[in-house]
Design a binder for this molecule. Structure first.
Ligand code: PBG
Length: 330
């Protein structure tokens, strides 16, 4: 590296920290509402549109509530929301057929939101867990999570979402071969412009606990997700997964969880330069909110936590803090 600074006192780093104006000029990374994707839990189960206990400040909403949230996102300058369904227990089956029902809660919410605020990008989740009797992201037979059969189901689910008007599909299931299968199916079905944001490097994490409460999959989960989600000890594998998903037609890639995996974000961005996102997941949100609510931390930690993703090379972040952050940023 070329030496660009002399020894003290010709170099004094504090010169550029002296005033707010100088600090602004010297700031390397920026955070704006435009960098955020807001995850929302939507339900039509009577009484389920209620606060999520393990995620203070987050509640499940009806389709009308999701439309209001979409309007709020638009007015706050947030470019995208991401929908997660909470389905009735009777619709959670071993075959997961509700996942590709054109009239399921997600697909109805997509249509309602696109009708009300067509310019807002609507992202969806592609995984079977909200529709699965056993809480897994894939079809299960004899205790085994089936890969290829699951991919066929995911394709049907994706086509129904694309048909409903989703802008970005988020396969979060971690089955092998799904990005290629989804891309081929979308091209074949006349949806060449639907984007895929692959949950490419998704770890088997304990930080997803509150989310599983929110979608009602936690109590149902039989076993764990370690045969399809990544081992938190691995790094090279994340790079290989991202390479694989980009080669199969992913437009954007995600690292998940976020804060404990910033090293992965940086490696992925450096290796590919592709649009890279992190998911600040439910457990990260719960940790920060728990401390903020008790007065142990000030809410400045929210902005600091999000700037960390920008610094690590992320183009954007999925975060439950999205509307609060947009307001904090003014
Ligand atoms: C399910 C899915 C999960 C999350 C997003 N999609 C949970 C899981 O894999 O068990 C987690 C999001 C969060 O914790 O905020 N496919």
């Amino acid at each position: 590296m070329i030496p660009t600074q002399g020894p003290f006192p010709s170099t004094r780093f504090r010169r550029l920290r002296r005033t707010g104006a100088l600090r602004d000029l010297a700031q390397e990374n920026h955070l704006s509402a435009k960098d955020l994707i807001w995850p929302i839990f939507v339900t039509d189960v009577p009484g389920a549109d209620a606060p999520v206990a393990s995620m203070p400040g987050v509640e499940r909403v009806t389709i009308e509530g999701a439309v209001r949230a979409a309007e709020e996102a638009t007015s706050l300058g947030i470019p995208a929301i991401c929908l997660f369904p909470y389905t009735d227990g009777s619709l959670r089956t071993d075959a997961c057929e509700e996942a590709w029902n054109p009239e399921n809660i997600t697909n109805r919410a997509i249509r309602a939101i696109k009708a009300a605020v067509p310019d807002l990008a609507v992202m969806t989740d592609i995984a079977l867990d909200p529709y699965n009797a056993n809480g897994h992201d894939g079809l299960v037979r004899d205790g085994i999570i089936l890969n290829d059969e699951t991919v066929e189901a995911l394709v049907k689910m994706a086509l129904a979402q694309a048909e409903a008007g989703a802008d970005i599909l988020g396969p979060s299931d971690m089955m092998d071969g799904r990005i290629g299968a989804l891309r081929t199916a979308l091209e074949g079905a006349g949806h060449p412009d639907v984007a895929i944001l692959s949950y490419a490097a998704k770890y088997a994490s304990a930080f997803y606990g509150p989310f599983r409460d929110a979608v009602g999959a936690g109590g149902r989960l039989v076993g764990d997700k370690k045969t399809y989600q990544m081992n938190p000890a691995n790094t090279d594998e994340a790079v290989r997964l991202v390479a694989r998903d980009l080669s199969e037609g992913a437009d954007m890639v995600m690292v998940k969880p976020g804060m404990p995996y910033l090293d992965i974000c940086r490696r992925v961005k450096d290796a590919f330069g592709a649009p890279t996102y992190a998911y600040q997941v439910s457990g990260e949100y719960a940790m920060l909110m728990g401390a903020i609510e008790r007065g142990w931390l000030k809410d400045d930690v929210i902005l600091e936590s999000l700037m960390a993703f920008r610094r690590a090379g992320c183009d954007g972040v999925l975060t439950y803090f999205a509307p609060r952050v947009a307001r904090m940023l003014g």
